[in-house]
Design a protein around this ligand. Sequence first.
Ligand code: HMG
Ligand code: MG
Length: 300
Amino acid sequence: MTLPSKVKIVEVAPRDGLQNEKSMIPAATKVELINRLSAAGFPNIEAASFVSPKWVPQMADGAEVMAGITRAPGIIYSALTPNMRGFDAAVAAGVDEVVIFGAASEAFSQKNINCSIAESIARFEPVAEAAKQAGLRLRGSISCALDCPYDGPTPVDNVLDVVRRMQALGCDEIDIADTIGTGTPKRVERVMKAVTEIANPASISGHFHDTYGQALANILASLQAGISIFHSSVAGLGGCPYAKGATGNVATEDVLYMLHGMGIDTGINLDAVVDTGQWISAEIGRRADSRAGNALAARK
Ligand code: HMG
Ligand code: MG
């Protein structure tokens, strides 16, 4: 298959990247991160979560963060909304896209959102309906599409089942997420090919955590299966508090370096992303977890 000439990158560091940080990051730092990412040219930034602060304390300041950022025209600012309470808060905060997030494995659904897959879909129904009425974009995220830290390997049919349910809810985009980063390219290709047989490839994204160093290879496998939307996190920040062993998302700098090197356009300024990755890593007191980012920073 010919590879796409253009890819959409959804930058998830402000949400997935920071949600697992143990020390509380000031809202002002999150605001500056989002403003820097906006200036770097991302078309879509996952900016916040409107979830229970008891479950994810780091994301409790979503409204303050959204109120503080400088909205750049044309950028979609997204937020996670597990229920109507989260949806109402997200709408009040002025998000452009709400994300309902489920799982392809029962155990992870229970651990992450405290309900079964079927219960989660019932909970998402009013959110999806309200999003449509409000004219907001609706995204559905499917965790553990490759493996579950509790249930083991996820059968492709289970992923397809949740994709169909997310489609029935009217999702504009659906994320196939390798939550714990254990997937390898052939398996990723298999699940992406199966998904694109029942969904428009242009509506499917790949969300790869890089825990086992497979994310770039999995992105390449996905590109070859016709996928052209990927999630990544500057400096490789990230991890889900309810997925044992889950570390960061694939680093945006690495993804941009690979895609641009392959002649694939993203519209994003890699140089600005490198600077942002070095800056946020210094802010939270660690070395950036991006090979390309650190190499490019060292050359400056
Ligand atoms: P629950 O305990 O079953 O629900 O949690 P509840 O309705 O009984 O609510 C519990 C408390 O939370 C109550 O407060 C509610 O009011 C409050 P209390 O009465 O005890 O004081 N509450 C809320 N507060 C603020 N905003 C809300 C909200 N909802 C309830 N929206 C619930 C169910 C879904 C709320 C909970 O399990 C939760 O918040 N889970 C979120 C977990 C999460 O954010 N995980 C990380 C994001 S997912 C991820 O990282 C994966 C992804 O990256 C893809 C991948 O890599 O796989 C997307
Ligand atoms: Mg994730």
